[in-house]
Design a protein around this ligand. Structure first.
Ligand code: SF4
Length: 247
């Protein structure tokens, strides 16, 4: 497929944005319509790298003008996602903070820098191995947690990202990601490190890097070391999926 022009991309973006506003008003799961995410082995994905990149750029253009919840009033810009368009590992966090709101990129502040160090320690490359997104795409005032209504309004955008990326592995960073994607509100400590299965995907809850910044001690059983262990487990599953005999 030839690359789409900027005009075509903007036309596609406007169509998706219109569907998203409609979906937010009526509780639809996906701005593109019904849930198009296939049970994720990754094997059925047919989009090329450039197609996937184009689709994610269209999504970002559409999301940039979203007014589907009150967070639109206070944001500087939406923070849609970043990473490799064909990554098989998606990390979902909570919401943009001040630095993300200013830069338009997720996980670039102190939490993101810590995340980068832990990913590297676990043998994962943020740009090559991951795509990173948040439950809500706009910064909540004073970095408060997003409300249930805001998470519900923003869910169609995450669902569209899931449909485009079709990641077989998902890391859920923090309790809000766990609640926002799976509706589980039991807290992160009870489930972190335990693989979950959802829509054919394997999900691993983790501590959020912001929590790790508040608990910086290292050592066996400390949150940072537990998180590195979780990331190593994710890297091993990723490698198992990409082995030639993985099917
Ligand atoms: S948080 Fe999500 S639903 Fe709310 S305005 Fe931003 S992009 Fe739209």
């Amino acid at each position: 497929m030839p690359p789409r022009s900027q005009r075509q991309l903007r036309g596609d973006a406007a169509a998706i944005a219109g569907a998203a506003q409609e979906g937010a008003a009526h509780g639809s799961a996906d701005p593109a319509g019904p849930d198009t995410a296939s049970p994720a082995t990754g094997a059925g994905r047919t989009t090329s790298g450039s197609d996937a990149g184009d689709s994610l750029r269209i999504l970002a253009l559409a999301c940039a003008d979203c007014q589907a919840c009150p967070l639109a009033e206070s944001r500087r810009q939406v923070v849609v996602g970043r990473g490799h368009p064909q990554a098989r590992l998606l990390l979902v966090g909570e919401a943009p903070g001040a630095e993300e709101d200013a830069s338009g990129r997720p996980f670039v502040g102190r939490s993101g820098q810590l995340l980068d160090r832990l990913l590297a320690e676990a043998g994962l490359d943020r740009e090559r191995d991951l795509y990173i997104a948040n439950i809500v795409k706009c910064r909540p005032p004073q970095n408060r947690r997003p409300t249930a209504a805001e998470m519900a309004a923003c869910r169609p955008w995450l669902d569209r990202q899931l449909a485009l990326l079709d990641p077989p592995l998902i890391l859920l960073a923090g309790a809000t990601a766990l609640a926002g994607l799976l509706g589980i509100r039991s807290g992160i400590s009870r489930l972190r490190g335990q693989w979950q299965t959802w829509q054919g995907r394997q999900l691993l809850p983790l501590f959020h890097p912001a929590y790790l910044l508040r608990n910086p001690r290292r050592g066996p059983g400390q949150p940072i070391d537990l998180t590195v262990g979780d990331l190593i487990a994710a890297r091993e599953r990723l490698q198992a999926l990409t082995r030639p005999d993985a099917g």
